[in-house]
Design a protein around this ligand. Structure first.
Ligand SMILES: *[C@@H]1O[C@H](CO)[C@@H](O)[C@H](O)[C@H]1NC(C)=O
Ligand SMILES: *[C@@H]1O[C@H](CO)[C@@H](O)[C@H](O)[C@H]1NC(C)=O
Ligand SMILES: *[C@@H]1O[C@H](CO)[C@@H](O)[C@H](O)[C@H]1NC(C)=O
Ligand SMILES: *[C@@H]1O[C@H](CO)[C@@H](O)[C@H](O)[C@H]1NC(C)=O
Ligand SMILES: *[C@@H]1O[C@H](CO)[C@@H](O)[C@H](O)[C@H]1NC(C)=O
Ligand SMILES: *[C@@H]1O[C@H](CO)[C@@H](O)[C@H](O)[C@H]1NC(C)=O
Length: 938
């Protein structure tokens, strides 16, 4: 797949399990270097945390005290705890042995290691092994302005009133900013949280409120005491102090509430509906009651906030709240997906916790796989027949992660790093989606029933404890061997070895010689520059499910045949192919088509011999419904990739794609539109054959556009059809489909009558505006530009800005860049100027005006925003298609080195994109041009 264009589709920022943007501090927990771990001299049992804060004062201070009950496991005179940015009242620190009465033993001396973030305190009497102690530590701190530890933030309501709140961000290892503690995930303990605060605020924490009492000495304050938690890791502790209000949900196995500030309460309906419905599903899936007595979902204003604390889940506002009537279906879909995912973490991650942060990918994966399953169970009615949340997820996330994981720089899931800083620098969010794809692979190949049983066993075995991925493979192996869904002697550990320890994924080559299928596999690497060989040893274990015209033997097996990867054991089994060959006997005639990888069970590409491809294409054209829907998706993804990388002629790929004229199902259409609009159009849009390419694309998509546009509006719960319509609209606008132009005209006219109030639904998006500008004159452009300020909605403004770049007149584009960047009374805010630049350069006519504008106004643009300046150069690279253009940009970058010298690595990546674009043009353009000449009706 190509680098992709700047699109108006709301790009889903794949949600982190944790906030991984880390600051300058050196992370510690999980670091294998023993020096950075706490000495193993104590085990915490319980924390009593008291924290008092008045968020309203300007100094944002807090005072606190913690009593840690712990068992000493080795004689020592020193206690070492994690602590950061707290001022401890050393003179008051003391401990008591819980078995004895009398006064505490006072602290004698202390030291602090800032690098390790460790506080060590020595006492007048040493600790003795096997005794239980309570250490008392009073301290003060400041609510951070950064999103770490315990921090402050504010929101402004519709009456312009600003209110402050305090909230926590303890993952991965920041509880130490709120109280001294054993801040490593395997030190699990119970927590009693007590928060003192002004009475008119309220507090949410992991557990339900037990009691709210007065605070001695502080009138109008309350001390909220929460019930003692089950055993958990420090990073799962959380609290939130604010003036938010809540919506109590009707159903659910435990009390379920959604929190936001008052103005936004009317946007909590989606969460209130989806959330409680997911719980019974998850309780069944994990065969374990929701582990805590209640759950709160909180919409936290500010930057990225999605994070699960046990019993209390925080979301960024835009990920939890939804104005159902005015939001795009894409936003709704991703918000829905986020809720069961976050709830699944309550079991997978919180009830069972990792031993080390390096298993982040593993604990992040299963909840992503389970989320669409939950939604498919809950919202099965009203959907298009072949569309499911799981298929949408599999298509979108698997194809995206295959794309990312095909880069030569991709990392394996199990990252080898000496320390956590290095780990962070290598960790990529794709790991979660790749992991989810592997969970699906295991679930399908061991059978869903066995997989689920394994999940349940694992949760049962390791509840309130710590475990890792190997523990899960072991449990799964046992269950699968008992149920005989794994060939004797084969373990899940063996299967998963290459999938988790090798970077990337395989391309499987299947060649048919008479009745024998020959399989070869290698890593698929998409980079065209230099090093594109696989330098990690080993090969993958691949479960093979076959699809073919006959329904006997291998084509109808519920269990896969395993293509062996590396293994020390040799398998004497009909269900393991050890020599790369499978004799299918007479289940396949010479003239029969066949496919492997039913339902896209395995995340991989598959290439066949020419004759098999021809048979597949012929079958698609004759009766595509004989091929399962996700295999049609796989075929489209594969030929998209292969044609762009010299593994298949474009003519053949386009020939295959032309079957979609008869395609009715949603997910294959999603893949088709992406192939045409996102991938090929990116390369073709500035070539001589651009118009012919669009004409060809119109031939393909026109009939489906017509069917969608002339059927009744899909009901709101038909997510698949609504999502497809959005994408179809975007593609139709790009390919200038006449039928759409007519339809959109009335939408535009209606809007123009009352631009401040007429609502253009984001599902229709910017098409009406874009078409109007594309077909219009300079005076149409001026008119829309002048109306821009009358729209106050950020979404509509964003659509209008992009639409203003739809003109085909380079002079208007130059004018647009000028007024956006340096107009005296520009209608466009300065901070949106760079977005105008990206909209312009994304247009077929936009490269030259954008380039000339930047070249002629370098200093001015730099002075406007020196931080976004490198991004301007980046975008030029991204759209380079010829050697001459590349040289021009390289010369420009060299000439302006003074502005770019700190961004060399960042720009190098895009220089490489430019180089790959040039290679693509040299390798593929002529072939596509010939195909178009032969196949487009003039
Ligand atoms: C100290 O008290 C704890 C809890 O009260 C008890 O479990 C432990 O056995 C006692 N230890 C000794 C040495 O008496
Ligand atoms: C405990 O402390 C109190 C007050 O500081 C003091 O009066 C008392 O003598 C102490 N008891 C012992 C056993 O040290
Ligand atoms: C910790 O304290 C330092 C020094 O006061 C401050 O610069 C930093 O922002 C603090 N960190 C956090 C996360 O509050
Ligand atoms: C809110 O405050 C901003 C700037 O402080 C001001 O521009 C705006 O007009 C105010 N809005 C209302 C509704 O008072
Ligand atoms: C407030 O409480 C502290 C101890 O908690 C006490 O020393 C002080 O005398 C109290 N002040 C007032 C005004 O009651
Ligand atoms: C929600 O309430 C706010 C004001 O409280 C209002 O401006 C907004 O239009 C409402 N939204 C919906 C979807 O009702």
């Amino acid at each position: 797949m190509a680098a992709g264009k700047i699109s108006l589709i709301i790009v889903f920022t794949i949600v982190h399990l944790f906030l991984l943007v880390n600051c300058s501090k050196k992370p510690k927990a999980g670091d294998p270097d023993p020096k950075s771990l706490l000495p193993k001299t104590f085990l915490p049992i319980n924390y009593d945390v008291f924290l008092y804060t008045n968020i309203k004062t300007p100094d944002f201070k807090f005072t606190g005290k913690v009593v840690i009950q712990m068992t000493c496991i080795k004689d020592t005179s020193e206690l070492v705890l994690h602590m950061m940015n707290l001022t401890i009242d050393h003179n008051a620190v003391n401990y008591k042995c819980v078995n004895s009465t009398g006064n505490g033993t006072k602290a004698k001396s202390n030291k602090y290691d800032k690098d390790l973030q460790m506080y060590s305190v020595t006492f007048e009497e040493p600790f003795k092994a096997n005794q239980v102690y309570e250490v008392y530590i009073p301290y003060e701190g400041e609510l951070s302005e950064y999103q770490m530890g315990i921090y402050r933030n504010s929101y402004t309501d519709k009456n312009n009133k600003t209110s402050w709140f305090a909230t926590t961000e303890f993952a991965l290892d920041n509880a130490r900013y709120a109280f001294p503690c054993f801040d490593e995930p395997n030190y699990k303990a119970t927590f009693s949280i007590n928060i003192g605060h002004p009475k008119d605020l309220n507090v949410i924490s992991n557990m339900p409120l037990e009691n709210s009492g007065p605070v001695s000495n502080k009138t109008n304050w309350a001390l909220d005491t929460f019930k003692k938690s089950p055993k958990m890791s420090t990073y799962m502790v959380g609290f939130h102090i604010s003036d938010f209000t809540n919506k109590k949900c009707e159903s659910g196995s435990v009390p379920f509430q959604i929190w936001t500030y008052k103005d936004q309460m009317n946007q909590t309906d989606l969460a209130a509906d989806v959330g409680p419905k997911c719980l019974p599903f998850l309780e069944t899936y994990f065969k374990s009651k929701f582990p805590l007595p209640k759950v709160d979902l909180i919409a936290v204003p500010g930057i990225y906030a999605d994070n699960e604390y046990w019993g209390m889940i925080k979301f960024s506002e835009s990920d939890l709240l939804l104005d159902k009537e005015h939001s795009s279906v894409t936003t709704e879909y991703y918000n829905m997906l986020g809720i069961p995912k976050m709830l699944a973490f309550m079991w997978w991650g919180d009830l069972v916790t990792f031993k080390s942060w390096t298993d982040l990918w593993f604990f992040g994966s299963l909840p992503r796989y389970v989320a669409p399953l939950a939604l498919d169970t809950i919202f099965k009615s009203g959907q298009a027949p072949e569309w499911t949340f799981l298929r949408e997820y599999t298509y979108k996330q698997t194809s995206w992660c295959l794309n990312q994981d095909s880069k030569s720089a991709a990392q394996p899931l199990n990252i080898k790093a000496d320390n956590l800083t290095k780990f962070y620098s290598l960790f990529d969010d794709n790991a979660y989606d790749k992991g989810a794809a592997l969970m699906m692979m295991l679930s399908m190949s061991l059978t869903d029933k066995v997989f689920q049983e394994g999940v349940q066993k694992y949760v049962e075995l390791y509840s309130f404890g710590n475990a890792d991925h190997d523990d899960f493979w072991n449990v799964l192996t046992k269950v699968a061997q008992q149920s005989k869904t794994l060939p004797a002697g084969l373990t899940v550990n063996t299967i998963m070895d290459a999938w988790t320890n090798k970077a990337g994924f395989p391309i499987l080559e299947v060649k048919r010689e008479d009745s024998v299928l020959r399989f070869t596999q290698k890593r698929y690497v998409s980079d065209k520059l230099g090093n594109n060989t696989d330098n990690t040893a080993g090969s993958w274990w691949i479960p093979l499910y076959f699809v073919g015209p006959k329904s006997d033997s291998i084509f109808n097996s519920s269990q896969p045949i395993w293509l062996a990867g590396d293994s020390k054991i040799s398998f004497d089994s009909k269900t393991v192919i050890s020599n790369g060959q499978l004799d299918v006997g007479n289940s396949l005639d010479k003239s029969d088509w066949f496919l492997v990888n039913k339902e896209m069970c395995v995340p991989m590409h598959i290439n066949y011999d020419d004759q098999t491809w021809d048979l597949i294409i012929a079958q698609l054209k004759k009766d595509h419904t004989k091929i399962p829907v996700m295999n049609r998706v796989q075929l489209i993804l594969d030929v998209n990739t292969f044609s762009g990388h010299n593994l298949m002629p474009f003519g053949k790929a386009f020939d295959l794609l032309s079957y979609v004229l008869k395609e009715d199902d949603i997910v294959p259409w999603r893949a088709t539109l992406e192939f045409l609009w996102v991938d090929v159009d990116y390369y073709m849009m500035r070539t001589e054959k651009c118009e012919q390419f669009k004409a060809w694309a119109r031939q393909l998509i026109g009939p489906m556009y017509h069917r969608l546009a002339s059927s009744p509006k899909p009901n709101p719960g038909n997510y698949g059809l609504r999502i497809l319509s959005v994408h179809m609209n975007i593609a139709a606008a790009a390919f200038e489909l006449p039928e759409q132009e007519e339809k959109m005209k009335s939408e535009f006219d209606n809007w123009k009558k009352s631009p401040a109030t007429y609502f253009v639904h984001p599902d229709i998006g910017f098409s009406p505006f874009c078409i109007h500008i594309r077909k219009g004159t300079r005076s149409d452009w001026d008119e829309l530009y002048n109306l821009y300020p009358t729209c106050t909605s950020v979404d509509v403004q964003q659509m209008l800005r992009a639409a203003l770049a739809c003109t085909k007149d380079p002079e208007i584009l130059t004018h647009y860049l000028k007024v956006a960047h340096m107009g005296n009374d520009s209608k466009i805010a300065t901070e949106d100027a760079s977005a105008v630049f990206t909209s312009v350069i994304d247009q077929p006519m936009g490269f030259k005006p954008a380039k000339d504008f930047l070249f002629n106004n370098t200093d001015k643009i730099y002075n406007l925003s020196k931080y976004s300046f490198p991004a301007y150069v980046k975008y030029l690279y991204k759209y380079v298609m010829t050697d001459a253009e590349l040289k021009e940009i390289q010369d420009y970058a060299a000439k302006n080195d003074k502005y770019l010298k700190d961004y060399k690595e960042y720009l190098k990546k895009y220089e490489d994109v430019a180089k790959q674009n040039i290679i693509w043009q040299k390798e593929n353009y002529k072939e596509i041009a010939d195909y178009l000449t032969a196949n487009v009706k003039q």
